[in-house]
Each structure stands twice: as structure tokens, then as C-alpha cells.
Write a protein that binds this ligand. Structure first.
Ligand code: HEM
Length: 216
């Protein structure tokens, strides 16, 4: 244990936690990149649905136009390509700051299948503690890591579709142009499922939303 001398009232901090208790739970750069990322990813998803409808990959799967963005194929492409730059550059800033500051390793590791199972069972039986919002539980760690990898796959498969001639290696890694479309769609479905569960979990612990808005 270490004593945090920055605060007028001394607080106890676990020795492995190098972040003083007086600092925000989520630093400003993290909050800004999170919300920009969520905004860009959702714009891409809703406009992507309209682009998909113009030439569905799967027979029988058509997205109701009323829940898509862009109005028509051309409009949806404009939204999709505009948000793409925000998602990619903001994502690079998020990953670079996270890795360079050591926050990425501190927040998401260690992580083991045993811990995920333990926290999952605790969560479904309503016994998971939300007292310390500075630390993610193992299920959260896995979900956040999974969606980060998923977004990277989404961007790379999108690039393989958009610039398929210019990036032949990427296209072949995706199994060819047609397969890249399937990879892109499946990665979108994973992201959509994450968002539904993520927002439901935030609704169950509304205090976590405050920390992502004002830092504490
Ligand atoms: C595509 C949309 C979204 C993605 C990809 C996403 C992804 C993430 C990731 C990766 C984290 C962990 C960040 C870190 O610590 O480095 C996170 C945290 C968080 N997100 Fe999202 N998010 C999305 C949308 C949303 C939305 C719509 C809300 C609000 C309802 C939200 C609320 C939060 C909150 C409150 C946390 C902190 C959770 C906690 O401290 O326990 N997110 N999100």
C-alpha cells in the first residue's frame, strides 16, 4: 500500500496501482477518443447498412431502410467515407496514447480464462462488485479487447473492399474480394452485438457513464 500525498485527506492506494486516487478514473484524452470513436463507429454502421442493402451479401438478409443512414446509396457512401477518416485517425490516437502511457497493459491485463469464467458467473448471479470503477472486471477486459480487435478487422476488411486492386495482399488475406465483404459484414455484426450489450451494462451501472463523461 502507498499513501497518496497529493490529496488533503490521505487515501490508501494498492501498491500495484500506480495511478493516484486523486486522478480522474478516465483521463480526458480517453474520454474524448471514446466518444469520437463511438460516434464514428455508429455512423459507419448505420450508413454501412444502406450500402449493404444496395447489393446484399446474404440472400434474405436486408436491413430495413428506415433504420439506415444516408437516404440512398450515394448518400450512405458519403457518410461512410467521411466517418472512416475519423474512426481510423481517432483509433490510432486512442491506441498510441494507451500503449505509450502503459495504460493499455495496466487496464486490460492480466487476463485469464479462469478470471473471465469467475467474473461471468458472478455477473449473471448478480454478485459482481461495481465498487471500484477504476478496475475493469475480466469480462469487461475481454469484451473491450475483443471490440478493439474487431474494429481493426472492420477497418482492414473495409480497406480490402474499397482499395482491393491497390492492396492485393490484404485482399488475399481476407480470402478474396467477395470473402472480404463477408468478413466486413460479420465484424459489423460482432460490433453491433457488443454495442447492445455494452449500452445495457452501462444502463445497469449508470455511475460508469458519469465517469466516462466527466472523468470521475
Ligand atoms: C461503437 C460504439 C462503442 C464502442 C466501440 C465502445 C468501446 C468501448 C471501449 C473499448 C471501452 C474501454 C475503453 C478503455 O478503457 O480504454 C469503453 C468504455 C465505456 N463505454 Fe463504450 N463504446 C461504444 C459506445 C458506447 C456508448 C453508446 C456508451 C454509452 C451509453 C458507452 C459507454 C461507455 C462507458 C460508460 C465506458 C466505461 C465503462 C466503465 O468504466 O465501467 N460506450 N467503450
Amino acid at each position: 500500500m502507498v499513501i497518496d500525498m497529493d490529496t488533503t485527506k490521505a487515501t490508501l492506494t494498492p501498491a500495484h496501482d500506480s495511478v493516484p486516487r486523486s486522478s480522474p478514473i478516465h483521463p480526458l484524452w480517453l474520454r474524448v477518443t471514446h466518444w469520437l470513436n463511438a460516434f464514428a463507429a455508429l455512423i459507419m454502421m448505420f450508413s454501412g447498412w444502406r450500402i449493404y442493402d444496395a447489393s446484399p451479401v446474404f440472400r434474405g438478409i436486408v436491413i430495413p431502410p428506415s433504420i439506415t443512414l444516408g437516404g440512398w446509396l450515394g448518400g450512405a457512401l458519403q457518410w461512410h467515407f467521411a466517418a472512416m477518416w475519423l474512426l481510423v485517425f481517432n483509433g490510432i490516437v486512442y491506441l498510441a496514447l494507451n500503449l505509450a502511457s502503459g495504460r493499455f497493459v495496466a487496464k486490460f491485463f492480466p487476463l485469464s480464462p479462469r478470471a473471465v469464467l469467475r467474473d461471468f458467473i458472478a455477473a449473471v448471479s448478480g454478485k459482481l462488485s461495481h465498487a471500484d470503477l477504476r478496475q475493469y472486471n475480466a469480462v469487461q477486459k475481454l469484451a473491450y479487447l475483443a471490440v478493439i480487435v474487431d474494429l481493426v478487422v472492420l477497418v482492414l476488411s473495409g480497406l480490402a473492399i474499397w482499395k482491393s486492386v491497390q492492396f492485393p495482399l490484404l485482399r488475399e488475406l481476407m480470402g478474396g474480394y467477395d470473402n472480404a465483404r463477408i468478413v466486413h459484414f460479420c465484424a459489423m455484426a460482432v460490433m453491433a452485438a457488443f454495442v447492445v450489450v455494452h449500452v445495457a451494462m452501462v444502463a445497469l451501472v449508470p455511475r460508469s457513464l458519469l465517469t466516462m463523461l466527466r472523468g470521475r
